[in-house]
Each structure stands twice: as structure tokens, then as C-alpha cells.
Design a protein. Structure first.
Ligand code: NAD
Length: 539
């Protein structure tokens, strides 16, 4: 099989066919309120216990009524996943890849606008942000994961088979099901977490975020249309705490595939530890979690390039990317030169409805996020060491809108320099031009996270210095670029320290966490004599 290519990104320029198609699909989805069931063993289950899904930039508009799983449905889903595994394994890697490659083809074709529109409305992404996430990244996840899985089936065969012996390695899946608990902010990650283990033969419970039920359900439907057999992935909107409790009470719980906040992941890890005596296997635990992603600039940097990276890196998708630039260390000479221009460019950012293609930003995901982010802004306003130099306003009357905000601080350990805010807030610490080395240490020690970060410099020596000093400060490191926008098969994504287990989603390292190889020795010359030569007596 040839190596896949990254899916080309559609531009949605005015007058383009894709723009007209997407607009028509947005209008269609705006005109309906759908019922979203649980999907258990391939069956739709309407539980009658419902919640609504609204549009973050227009929270009076209901997109869907979502039927939540209760204990009975969660237990049925565990049973379905366990029962489905043998046939799924028997289908073989090629059979499984054929299904997920069909998923990728459907998404690249007829389903693209449906999934993009659902992501724009459900999670308030602009057309471009939806396209790079829910279409391109997910197509890439599916195609490249199949490619990588084929690769290691061959790569991990034993190197040596002496005469009379045939050695082989069976790349088995984990025995049991994987619990996939997914975040709101990337539709692609949500679908990838249950499907990556499925490609190598695991079955899964998929617990979507309460803030992305609509787009995630469209993808569940897509996977079923592509031929995903019943029970392989079971879609369970509902309480994460309760699903975890039910899953861990089942001895066949084989792993957790999580993306979300650090605190939730740490709690889950502890619960898994407590459940161990009840489990058949030691479960695999994979979690990609929060970030406090940095930009460090050297006085010799490209100033306009830095300005663009700060603006895009901090404010695209309202700063709700785990990789969003949220703390910057800028030398005073550079800051003096770019500060007013940066503020002026930010004042040009249009914010509003995601389906108005002229907007660069839309709303944050929900009231909880709005309250949390505005709280950080208000506390910064009240501190002597912080000055809000642009933005700082917010309004939740129609949608949960927060202005792109920059806080300038003289305290490199102020809370907005250290904690994940997950909103359109960038904090800048301005340092003396001669303190570059100290600032690298400050950046390394400044936050418990280690997800993404950038260095801006035009000198190789300074880049190398930062590269070495920040080795463990970011799992994805950028040189003269914004710290967002990792692409499957180009920059495998994940961080360490408090940012996760760094298993690099969309790469072979992640897939390897879902396999448990069996080594097989076949003896062709079967020994017929139990004695060994050394046992002979001396003459
Ligand atoms: P979140 O932690 O609030 O929720 C993630 C998932 O966990 C959701 O499905 C939620 O319902 C579930 N959950 C919440 N509490 C739970 C509990 N007690 N038990 C079981 N499940 C529970 O995160 P979010 O707001 O959806 O996503 C944003 C977070 O995700 C940010 O911290 C961001 O940095 C992180 N993120 C990280 C990456 C990465 O690759 N490192 C990628 C995307 C998002």
C-alpha cells in the first residue's frame, strides 16, 4: 500500500463551490432539531433522559436533544464491546483498515460539509478551523493510522529464526475494551480516540464531551455507514464519572484513551489504580491533557513573524486549543517595537457568528468556560503587576463571547503565566534584552505543563540554546513558528510532564499502546531425546 498524503485543505474563498456547499449545509442544520441516541451494539437507544445541545455563539438556538446513557445502557455497551471483539479480530488488519479507509473517503467526499457544518455550529469554529480539524485532521488520522499499523505488523517480526525453528510475533490487540473519553475542542480527536485502538483490534466505549455531542454523533453515523460492525464502537453520551465507574467494574476493561484536562486525567488514573484487583489485565493508560504553551523571543527575532505567531497562536479558535500560545517572554526592545502594532492588529479581529465567514473568532464553548476565563481577566485587572493592554471585555447575552485579551505582567509567576486558561488570553512577560539565558530557565520552570512552545530567533546559536534548555518543556517544539497547528505524520502531537503521557496521537507510538504482542516459536525438528550432551560421563 502506498503511503497516504495529508488531505488538502479547502480554502472557502468567496465565490467558491465549497463555500456555497458549506453555507447550504449550515442552513440545513440550522433548520432542524435532531434527536441524538446512544449507539449500543449498532442499535440506536433513545433513553428519554435528555439534555439539549446549543450553539455557543447563539446559545438560545437548540441543535439537538441528546439521550443520555444510564447505568443500564453503560453496562449493555460494555457487554456489546466484549462480545464484538472476537469477530473484529477475525476480520484481520486489512479488513479493519478497509473500513476506516472507507470512513476517510466518506469524510473527504460526501460527508465533509455535514461534519464541518456540525463542528462550526456545535463547537463554534470558523469554516477554516472546522476544515483543518473535523475534515483534514480526521481523514489523516484514519489514513495514516492504517498505514502505520500495516507497517509494524511487518517491522516487529523476530530478527532470528535458527535452523529448525520458525519465530513470529502476532500483533494482538489488548484483551478487552478501551474506554475513550474525549474532549470538546477537536472533533478529529474525539473520533480518533475510539478508532485508533479499533484499527488494531480493540473494541471501545466512546464517551463524547457534553459540548460536542452533535458533531461527534455525525461521525458515529459516518463510521456505521462505512461498515463498522455493531459493538466495535459504542457511543455513550452521559456522565463521565458514571461511565468510568461502570467500565472499571468490568474485568474486561483493558485501557483508557483520554484527551481532556489534567485534573480529570489524574483522577481517572487514580481510580484505575484502585480498580486493578478486579481487572483481568493491567490496563494501558494514555492521556493527552492540558498545556501552558509558550513563545520565547530573542532580541534578534523576526518581529513581524513574531507578531503574526502571537496573534494566530493565541486567538485562533478563541484560544481553545491545547497548544494555544498563552504565555510569551518578549525582550523589551522587541516589545517596544511590536506592542502597538500587535494591539492595532488585534483591534481588527472580527468576532461573531461562526457561519459569517468574515469572522476570525467566535464564542467560547459554554457558560462554565466563559465564567472561568472572565474570572482570570478580572483578577488580572485587579493586580498591580498586571495590565490588560487590549481586550478584557466579555458578553454572554447572545453567545459566550470574550474579546481577544493581552495581559502584560511584570511577574513571571502570576497566575495567568502559569495556569491553563483555555481561552483567548495571552500573558506577556517583558524581559531585559540581556536576560535571554535566565528567561529560558524561567520558561522551563514556570509552569507544570510541557505541551507546545516556540522559540523566535534568527541566530542558530540562540535557537540551539533554546532547543537544549527547553528539551523537556514541550513535546512539540517550534522554531520561528506559532506553537499550534500540528499536522498528522508531520509533527506527531503530545506533551509530557502534566500535559500527558506523550504517546503522540496519529503516530505509530500511540497505536502500539493498544497492542499486546504474542511471541510464537514453532519447532520443526522436534527433540526426541531429553538428555543433553553435557550429561555424558568423562572418559
Ligand atoms: P475536560 O477534562 O473537561 O473533559 C474531557 C472529557 O472528560 C469529557 O468527555 C468530559 O465529559 C470527561 N470528564 C469530565 N470529568 C470526568 C470525570 N470525573 N470522569 C470521567 N470523565 C470525565 O476537557 P475539555 O474541556 O473537554 O477539553 C479541554 C481540555 O483538553 C484542555 O485542558 C486541553 O488542554 C485538553 N486537550 C489536550 C489535548 C492534547 O493533545 N494534549 C488536545 C485537546 C484538548
Amino acid at each position: 500500500m502506498p503511503q497516504p498524503n495529508n488531505e488538502p485543505i479547502l480554502g472557502f474563498a468567496p465565490g467558491s463551490q465549497e463555500r456555497a456547499d458549506l453555507q447550504a449545509e449550515i442552513d440545513r442544520q440550522m433548520g432542524e432539531v435532531i434527536e441524538i441516541p446512544c449507539i449500543i451494539n449498532g442499535e440506536e437507544v433513545f433513553t428519554g433522559t435528555t439534555t439539549t445541545q446549543v450553539i455557543p455563539h447563539n446559545h438560545g438556538h437548540v441543535l439537538a436533544n441528546v439521550h443520555l446513557a444510564g447505568r443500564t445502557e453503560m453496562e449493555a455497551a460494555c457487554e456489546a464491546a466484549v462480545n464484538a471483539q472476537q469477530a473484529w479480530i477475525d476480520l484481520g488488519l486489512e479488513g479493519r483498515c478497509a473500513i476506516f479507509e472507507r470512513c476517510a473517503d466518506l469524510l473527504a467526499g460526501d460527508w465533509r460539509m455535514r461534519v464541518n457544518a456540525a463542528t462550526m455550529l456545535n463547537q463554534s469554529k470558523t469554516a477554516f478551523q472546522a476544515e483543518i480539524d473535523s475534515a483534514c485532521e480526521l481523514i489523516d488520522f484514519w489514513r495514516f493510522n492504517c498505514h502505520y499499523a500495516r507497517g509494524f505488523h511487518d517491522d516487529f517480526q523476530p530478527l532470528v529464526s535458527p535452523e529448525g525453528v520458525q519465530n513470529s510475533t502476532e500483533i494482538r490487540p489488548l484483551e478487552g475494551f478501551v474506554l475513550s473519553i474525549t474532549p470538546f475542542n477537536f472533533t478529529s480527536i474525539a473520533a480518533n480516540l475510539p478508532s485508533a485502538p479499533a484499527i488494531v483490534g480493540c473494541t471501545s466505549l466512546w464517551k463524547p464531551s457534553r459540548n460536542s455531542y452533535h458533531s461527534n454523533y455525525v461521525l458515529m453515523q459516518l463510521m456505521m455507514e462505512a461498515g463498522l460492525p455493531p459493538g466495535v464502537i459504542n457511543f455513550l453520551p452521559g456522565s463521565g464519572a458514571e461511565i468510568t465507574e461502570v467500565a472499571l467494574a468490568n474485568p474486561d476493561f483493558a485501557g483508557l484513551h483520554f484527551t481532556g484536562s489534567t485534573a480529570v486525567f489524574q483522577g481517572l488514573w487514580q481510580e484505575i489504580g484502585l480498580a486493578l484487583p478486579n481487572l483481568r489485565s493491567y490496563p494501558r493508560i494514555v492521556g493527552e491533557t492540558g498545556g501552558k504553551d509558550f513563545v520565547v523571543a530573542h532580541p534578534d527575532c523576526d518581529r513581524q513573524g513574531l507578531l503574526v505567531a502571537l496573534l494566530r497562536g493565541a486567538f485562533e479558535y478563541q484560544g481553545q486549543k491545547c497548544s494555544a500560545a498563552s504565555r510569551a517572554y518578549i525582550p523589551s526592545s522587541v516589545w517596544d517595537a511590536i506592542r502597538d502594532d500587535l494591539v492595532s492588529e488585534i483591534s481588527k479581529i472580527k468576532m461573531g457568528d461562526a457561519s459569517d465567514f468574515t469572522n476570525f473568532m467566535t464564542a467560547v464553548i459554554d457558560q462554565r468556560a466563559f465564567d472561568k476565563i472572565s474570572g482570570y481577566i478580572d483578577r488580572a485587572k485587579s493586580r498591580d503587576t498586571c495590565t490588560v493592554i487590549c481586550g478584557g471585555g466579555y458578553d454572554d447575552s447572545t453567545g459566550w463571547f470574550i474579546e481577544p485579551t493581552i495581559i502584560e505582567t511584570s511577574n513571571p509567576t502570576s497566575e495567568s503565566m502559569v495556569e491553563e486558561i483555555f481561552g483567548p488570553v495571552l500573558t506577556v512577560y517583558v524581559y531585559d534584552d540581556s536576560d535571554f539565558d535566565q528567561v529560558l530557565t524561567m520558561c522551563d520552570e514556570g509552569s507544570p505543563y510541557a505541551l507546545t512552545g516556540s522559540i523566535f530567533s534568527s541566530s542558530e546559536e540562540n535557537i540551539q540554546k533554546a532547543y537544549n534548555a527547553l528539551r523537556f518543556t514541550a513535546g512539540n517544539f517550534y522554531i520561528n513558528d506559532k506553537p499550534t497547528g500540528a499536522v498528522v505524520a508531520q509533527q506527531p502531537f503530545g506533551g509530557a510532564r502534566a500535559s500527558g503521557t506523550n504517546d503522540k496521537a496519529g503516530g505509530p507510538l500511540n497505536l502500539l499502546r493498544w497492542v499486546s504482542p504474542r511471541s510464537v516459536k514453532r519447532t520443526l525438528d522436534i527433540p526426541q531425546d531429553w538428555t543433553y550432551p553435557f550429561m555424558g560421563a568423562d572418559e
